[in-house]
Ligand binder design. Structure first.
Ligand code: PLP
Length: 477
């Protein structure tokens, strides 16, 4: 094939055998792949939500050693369809209701494809001007849609866990170098990623406080104040508090204004984990959930949970970007990164542990533009409405009870029966492959969780899943 190797005249165009996939081969394979993706998205209801496979099954079917010589792309794509897809849990399935159900969307997938094609690494503005600026612009749009203060600086991380780790590192930096041990506060219902962030930042297990919650699973401000006082009296140094908006088990809302006031009083870094529920603030009628967020030093919202952006994309906003920079910047950039740049340009790697950065903003920008604020609001409203209708069905069936208030698109419910029977119900429903729910424990009892988050989920999906749960419950003794 012909390869043009530089700006030289046509006379130096070389005739070489390329080890690369040729543009023609790429085009043909890409068309096939896109056709497969479009069919998959159209037909995803035909797949079982969870695969019927045992651990090790794929590993046994694949060779133990990688191929010595390259293989044709047709064969690789065929193995993808025949070996890989049967072992996939379909998070894209409209009846995937487990954990926090998430979904990508057509525009998000296209943005992801183009990001892979460009393969930009915008560790510095110079290494990715468009990627850097699109990250600022798209996070700026999202910030406005959420009603967060204008001066909040946004940066993208892979996950809320990584964003939380950065927040705790910044909080530790802001606390200076006290002799006393640093103590972090969060609720007993906080996501495990907060504990992990504290551990990774060297805070130590003994210095993480899990503040008790009230009867609606919200952190109790007076218990927080008492815990802070006890630590101060014991000579420790409270430095960070992490309330959650949309806790993982029940989607409860910690009282942010009260917790924010306590944080201010004690000069604690306030990191708000709004990974799941944050996107609901795009709706005018839910804007109030972020009341108090203006007090936050940092806040995380996950477009990859409930904003139709394919995994992974987590938005971290902070009022104090300079603290992140101070915590993570070196006295002098290493020689290989030194480059003349404009003083006004943002170099995102100055604010993060990772040097390299994927062009994630592209898929978010595609999603925000394709749906628009009103389009997104419409889908979120639909999810919340379907969750309420499902909850009404639960309340109307005397065999069942709701286990937590339904604030967003998550319904926690249980059979009025033993934990074992509730576990059996969950296992039997999931074993059908027709729907997938997850479980948790609330007030010491096992409960089922139905979380609606998929862009394609409709009333029929929810109604049929409820029918499946009811009929399965009839077989549980
Ligand atoms: C409230 C909350 N915070 C943080 C996380 C962690 O999110 P990620 O998987 O993006 O790290 C989750 C995950 O479900 C969550 O529910």
């Amino acid at each position: 094939m012909q390869v043009y190797v530089g700006p030289e005249p046509a006379s130096v165009i070389l005739k070489v055998m390329s080890p690369h996939m040729s543009p023609e081969e790429f085009r043909a394979a890409a068309h096939q792949t896109v056709d497969w993706i479009a069919d998959y998205l159209r037909d995803v209801r035909r797949y079982p939500v969870t695969p019927k496979v045992e651990p090790g099954v794929l590993a046994e079917r694949l060779p133990a050693q990688g191929p010595e010589h390259g293989e044709p792309i047709e064969k690789i794509l065929a193995d993808f369809r025949e070996l890989i897809v049967p072992g996939v849990t379909h998070w894209n399935h409209p009846r995937f209701f487990g954990y926090f159900s998430i979904s990508g969307s057509g525009p998000g997938i296209l943005g992801e494809m183009l990001a892979a094609a460009l393969n930009v690494n915008h560790m510095l503005w110079k290494t990715g001007p468009s990627a850097t600026e699109l990250e600022q612009v798209s996070l700026g749009w999202l910030r406005q849609w959420l009603g967060l203060p204008e001066q909040f600086f946004g940066m993208i991380h892979d996950t809320a866990s990584t964003a939380g780790l950065h927040a705790v590192i910044a909080a530790r930096e802001a606390a200076g170098q006290p002799d006393a041990p640093l103590v972090l506060y969060t609720s007993e219902h906080a996501n495990l990623s907060i504990d992990r962030a504290a551990l990774a930042a060297g805070i130590g297990r003994g210095n993480i406080r899990h503040i008790p919650v009230d009867d609606e699973f919200r952190m109790r401000p007076e218990a927080l104040a008492a815990a802070i006082k006890a630590d101060l009296d014991a000579g420790r140094k409270p430095f960070c508090v992490v309330p959650t908006l949309g806790t993982t088990s029940s989607s409860s809302l910690d009282p942010l204004p009260e917790i924010g006031a306590i944080a201010q009083r004690h000069n604690l870094w306030l990191h708000v984990d709004a990974a799941y529920a944050g996107p609901a603030a795009v709706l005018e009628e839910y804007r109030h959930i972020l009341a108090g967020a203006e007090l936050a030093d940092s806040i995380v919202v996950n477009p990859h949970k409930w904003l139709f952006t394919p995994v992974d994309l987590s938005a971290l906003y902070t009022r104090r970007p300079e603290v992140f920079r101070q915590a993570l910047s070196l006295e002098q950039a290493p020689a290989y990164l030194q480059a003349a740049g404009s003083a006004s340009a943002v170099n995102f790697s100055d604010y993060s542990v990772a040097l390299g950065r994927r062009f994630r903003a592209l898929k978010l920008w595609f999603v925000l533009r394709y749906f628009g604020r009103q389009g997104i609001a419409e889908i979120l409203r639909g999810h919340i409405r379907m969750a309420r209708e499902f909850a009404a069905g639960v309340s109307a069936d005397s065999r069942f009870e709701l286990a937590a208030p339904v604030l967003f698109s998550l319904v926690c419910f249980r059979l009025r029966a033993s934990d074992d029977q509730n576990r059996q119900l969950l296992e039997r429903v999931n074993a059908t492959g027709a729907a997938f729910l997850s479980g948790t424990t609330l007030r010491g009892k096992f409960v089922l969780r139905l979380a609606i988050g998929n862009i394609a989920t409709n009333d029929n999906d929810v109604a049929q899943t409820w029918e499946l749960i009811r009929s399965t419950a009839a077989s549980i003794s």
